[in-house]
Write a protein of this length. Structure first.
Length: 366
């Protein structure tokens, strides 16, 4: 356990290092942070913090830098929430006033906004299927053996696919299928669709098993499709002094290329509003970096997870302040909102589906 003086010195060292990227000396701490003790005392305390694993000493410098353990103690115990500037608040508000047609557009806008405000690369994925509730299933007949399936979730995410059959189906059959699939799946999570085929054989259904099997196979494909991953501001890290080192820059590019690693980290944060991963605590490929992940919600519904990537010397207070402000604004009614606007959005989607149906019929005429 650290006493108050050690906490004060550790906090000063970390905040100074975040600002300058240079190893921090005892003299700089005394002069700049008005620590109420001599430079020699601070030096002794820094040596103790190093022994306890909170600081590291680069071979080429007399100063100290924070370790992963030091950063962890800082974000868990010492960090003071930063505040955004008026210009930053105005910028965020202007971005969040954008109207969107789909929830994935909302995630893209939020990802871009966070990258611009924090000056770090930002990555995002849509909501996990375990958390998405099926709100409506719609089947639209496009031809005698072709049908469009549309699934709308409570978070506003739309999954759609074209299904082709080996036998003719009628408009009446499509209506029956729409009713029965909604009756079975409405209110369930998307992953419920992965259940065995036997659970979809309804006693009251007269359609062939082949039709039901084909529908389920195509729906499962679109539900289980690989997550879309959005990146913004990847070039921003190369403005930071750490990334002038070739190996560090190379490692960062490799991290971005390892799509599964990023998706795994983002999916780990499904139940957390904000989660912080710090360097050496994590997998070997992430040892030089920190990632702050955030469960992006609108009116309490998850619309995806966002991660902000940077060096371990990340400005944690600034990033957390931006995340919390955006979350607060979105839950007050930013971007796509509830009520009349959501109903208007649904009407637009209905129009889009009808337009697709007409377009399909024109293309496949004759």
């Amino acid at each position: 356990m650290l006493n108050d003086r050690k906490k004060e010195i550790l906090q000063a060292i970390i905040e100074e290092y975040i600002q300058t990227a240079d190893p921090v000396s005892s003299k700089a701490i005394v002069e700049k942070y008005q620590i109420d003790c001599s430079s020699a005392t601070v030096r002794n305390e820094m040596a103790e913090l190093e022994k306890k694993g909170y600081l590291d000493k680069p071979h080429t410098s007399a100063g100290r830098v924070p370790s992963a353990k030091g950063y962890r103690f800082y974000v868990d115990e010492l960090i003071k929430e930063d505040s955004l500037s008026l210009e930053e608040i105005i910028y965020i508000q202007s971005k969040l006033q954008t109207k969107v047609n789909q929830m994935k557009d909302l995630t893209k806008i939020t990802t871009n906004t966070l990258s611009e405000i924090t000056h770090y690369p930002t990555v995002s994925i849509g909501p996990n299927k375990h958390n998405q509730i099926i709100e409506d299933i719609k089947f639209v007949l496009l031809g005698t053996q072709t049908m469009m399936a549309i699934i709308l979730t409570d978070s506003g995410i739309i999954k759609e696919t074209i299904i082709k059959f080996d036998e003719d189906i009628t408009e009446e059959q499509v209506k029956t299928l729409t009713f029965l699939f909604n009756n079975k799946l409405k209110g369930k999570t998307l992953d419920y669709i992965d259940r065995p085929i036997e659970e979809y054989i309804f006693s009251e259904m007269t359609e062939s098993l082949d039709v039901i099997t084909t529908i389920l196979e195509e729906i499962k494909k679109v539900i289980n499709a690989e997550d879309d991953v959005y990146y913004e501001g990847a070039n921003k890290v190369f403005e930071l002094p750490e990334f002038k080192d070739f190996e560090m820059a190379k490692n960062f590019i490799n991290v971005l290329d390892e799509k599964d690693t990023m998706i795994g980290k983002l999916n780990e944060s499904i139940d957390d509003d904000i989660h912080i991963y710090i360097g050496d605590e994590e997998d070997n490929e992430l040892k030089d970096f920190s990632i702050i992940t955030f469960n992006n919600k609108v009116h309490g519904k998850s619309v995806g997870t966002i991660g902000i990537i940077g060096p371990k010397r990340m400005d944690y207070a600034k990033v957390i302040a931006a995340l919390k402000y955006i979350n607060r604004r979105m839950n007050q009614g930013g971007l796509l909102t509830s009520g009349d606007e959501k109903q208007d959005w649904k009407r637009k989607k209905e129009w889009k589906w009808k337009k697709k149906k007409k377009s399909w019929k024109r293309k496949n005429k004759n």
